[in-house]
Write a protein that binds this ligand. Structure first.
Ligand code: MG
Ligand code: MG
Length: 295
């Protein structure tokens, strides 16, 4: 399958969107909406800081884990192999990332002991750590049938998060990103993906109340992202909406960024944010997005 140039540009926008949302949101991660308002009125610029004391334009684990996963997929000729994913994540952890989730750390330490790249199923491992890094899988499996996408999504997810809610969210996000890459407008994503997903998994229902302060629980994360996506009409507005909800803002920003990047495309990414993003990171995202797409 060869990918049309418009689709390749959207893939690049999705990858850059992931990094932009991560860098934007990290400044206000773990703050409440009230604290954000007191400090910034509206947080709308990539400026670093936050609890991780980041440099302006620096990203966190959300982006760097996705890049590590993408490298592993490329090294395996586009296949998503559990053992390669586990080794890549393990090497990523050894390189002392700026941040690491508890579930990721625990299950990578278990991998070092057991050598098994599949974490034991756990009803508690429903964090957003597998969801935030799913983009390279969505790109590498573009054009494949749903069963193949599901297998690839779960191969990477189960290294650290072996949980039905995480699985459902990861498959949903990968398929929705793929539709957006193909040029589907938001109303199609809603009808074809979002509404059926929430009907099948009512825990994710996002219309009950405004989700502020979303935790790292995959359900709250996705609720905040879907509300922000459906309540706005541009890449910039979507990301500003979601990160100003606070909570796990780098991760909601990253996930909203990949989705809105794929949906609104390259031209929609604010130039001031792209300028602020670490240049090496910007280049890595661009290059990897294009390399992962099927030839
Ligand atoms: Mg992070
Ligand atoms: Mg986070």
């Amino acid at each position: 399958m060869s990918v049309p140039p418009e689709c390749a540009a959207r893939a690049e926008a999705a990858y850059l969107g992931l990094a932009l949302g991560d860098a934007l949101g990290a400044t206000v991660e773990f703050m409440t909406p009230r604290e954000i308002r007191a400090q910034f009125k509206v947080h709308r610029d990539i400026k670093g800081g936050g609890w991780l004391k980041l440099k302006p334009g620096q990203v966190t684990d959300d982006t760097t884990m996705a890049l590590a996963l993408g490298e592993a997929i490329l090294a395996d000729g586009g296949r998503v192999e559990p053992l390669s994913c586990a080794r890549a994540f393990d090497a990523w952890m050894r390189a002392k990332p700026v941040d690491i989730g508890n579930t990721v750390r625990r299950n990578l330490i278990a991998f070092r002991k057991t050598g098994s790249p599949v974490a034991p199923p756990s009803e508690h491992d429903a964090g957003n750590g597998a969801l935030m890094r799913v983009l390279p899988v969505a790109l590498a499996t573009l054009g494949q049938d749903e069963a193949a996408v599901r297998a690839a999504v779960e191969a990477q997810a189960h290294v650290t998060h072996h949980n039905p809610d995480s699985d459902a969210a990861c498959l949903f996000l990968a398929l929705t990103v793929q539709d957006a890459l193909a040029g589907a407008p938001l109303r199609h994503l809603y009808r074809r993906r979002i509404a059926p997903f929430v009907a099948a998994y009512p825990a994710f229902a996002y219309r009950t109340r405004r989700r502020e302060n979303p935790s790292g629980w995959v359900v709250e994360t996705l609720q905040a992202v879907l509300q922000a996506l459906l309540d706005t009409g541009s890449f910039e507005d979507c990301l500003i909406d979601v990160v100003n909800r606070g909570g796990d803002a780098d991760t909601t920003g990253a996930i909203a960024g990949m989705l809105a990047g794929a949906l609104y495309g390259r031209e929609a990414l604010p130039a001031r944010w792209l300028r602020a993003l670490d240049p090496a990171m910007r280049e890595a995202c661009r290059t990897q997005a294009r390399a992962l797409l099927p030839a």
